[in-house]
Design a protein around this ligand. Structure first.
Ligand code: TRH
Length: 378
């Protein structure tokens, strides 16, 4: 009989939590043939990355996943699944946990953690934590980049099969977005970051760049900041603005798998948070991470740990240029000085992206690791 999985997701802010859970749910259904129910407390945010989700419905099926609105109080009479994923410590409903504890065979209960490249991750991966008063055990599952961690989410949308998504497919995809073909020396860039990033400095650096630059900006708060730079309030989809070497085009906020495709069409991807950060790596294109800011500057350690890992096999000058640009992007510092050095490594970074994907591919992916772990517990 097919195993049943429940994934619980609260949308803290933005799109990352539901972005990851939605990817994972589809992967468990399509590749591991599991029956998956995804509980989400914010259907409107969900519908931004998955426009086929009807946010007025409390139950619906999409891509083989049963999507349920997580209401408060939680629905009565719900039978817990064989495996329960609590995404990012979102706290399962009390009533659901009580039923879990009453079942003769307790479900496998996994808390899916945020991704980090820090060394301690492997030591904490899969550690059990007994519930204080129910006879249940929760396991902490840490995604990561190295052996001994839970690995990275890798889906069919991520895998850049060069034979399928070739130049022709790329041009067709961009045409659908009304993005014109680039001139031979022009660079195509996708821009997704938090609106605290030093956008004005970067746009100025781009306008003075040695290469012509065509930037695609999805609708949202960044579009407003970029629009303001050009004295254009509320730039609409399709608006194109110019300054010096820079062309900015405002595009729609895309459906998640389309966004994955966009990443594979660009010369540089500016990404953020966790999910687009992982997708950008699978796209094998040069990328720049705007990390989600955390209390006590915990994100700085996370950023440095990833930089150490990612640049480890680069030649020193390239590693220095990457580190300098990423740090200036995250710390609002000296963008005009770090961009030209970073840009100079464009071709080398592109090649490095292929090697990086090869390195990541030597580890088992997150969904497969979760399935294996659950099977070992049952
Ligand atoms: O949106 P994010 O900032 O999300 C998160 C949340 O802030 C979360 O609380 C925090 O814990 C986490 O970051 C670290 O960034 P992220 O993770 O990249 O998620 C963005 C999602 O939006 C991702 O699934 C890709 C998707 N997306 C689209 O589907 N279409 C688009 O056009 C764009 C730009 C993104």
């Amino acid at each position: 009989m097919k195993q049943h999985w429940d994934i619980f997701c609260t949308v803290v802010d933005n799109y990352g939590d539901i972005g990851i859970c939605w990817r994972l749910a589809r992967e468990l259904v399509s590749r591991h043939q599991l029956t998956v129910r995804l509980w989400v407390d914010d259907m409107v945010t969900f519908s931004h990355i998955a426009p086929n989700v009807n946010f007025n419905k409390s139950q619906q099926w999409l891509n083989g996943v049963e999507i349920r609105y997580w209401s408060h109080p939680f629905e009565e009479g719900i039978k817990p699944a064989d495996v329960v994923i609590e995404a990012f410590a979102c706290k399962l409903p009390e009533s659901y946990m009580t039923v879990m504890a009453e079942l003769p065979l307790h479900p496998v209960w996994i808390n899916l953690e945020y991704l980090s490249a820090e060394n301690w991750v492997a030591n904490y991966h899969c550690l059990p934590s007994p519930h204080p008063y129910l006879s249940l055990v929760k396991y902490f599952f840490f995604p990561g980049f190295s052996l001994g961690t839970g690995g990275l989410l890798r889906t069919k949308h991520h895998l850049s099969d060069k034979n399928i998504f070739d130049d022709k497919a790329r041009s067709k995809f961009l045409q659908q977005l009304n993005v014109r073909a680039c001139m031979p020396s022009e660079l195509r860039i996708s821009l997704f970051c938090y609106d605290t990033a030093p956008l004005n400095e970067l746009l100025t650096a781009w306008s003075k760049s040695t290469a012509s630059i065509h930037v695609m900006v999805p609708q949202g708060s960044i579009a407003k900041v970029v629009g303001a730079y050009f004295h254009c309030s509320l730039p609409k989809v399709g608006t194109i603005l110019h300054k010096g070497k820079l062309t900015v085009q405002f595009i729609p906020f895309l459906e998640q798998s389309e966004y994955d495709q966009l990443l594979r069409c660009c010369d540089f991807n500016f990404i953020r948070g966790e999910d687009s950060f992982v997708s950008a790596q699978w796209s094998a294109r040069p990328f720049v991470w705007h990390i989600y800011p955390q209390a006590d500057n915990a994100h700085q350690v996370k950023l440095e740990s990833f930089l150490d890992l990612y640049t480890a096999k680069m030649i020193p000058s390239m590693a220095a240029a990457v580190r300098a640009f990423w740090l200036s992007w995250n710390n609002n510092d000296l963008i005009s000085e770090t961009w030209p050095d970073y840009l100079a490594f464009h071709m080398a970074l592109k090649q490095y992206g292929d090697n990086w994907v090869r390195q990541l591919n030597t580890h088992t992916d997150l969904a497969s690791n979760l399935v294996q772990f659950a099977e070992n517990q049952i």
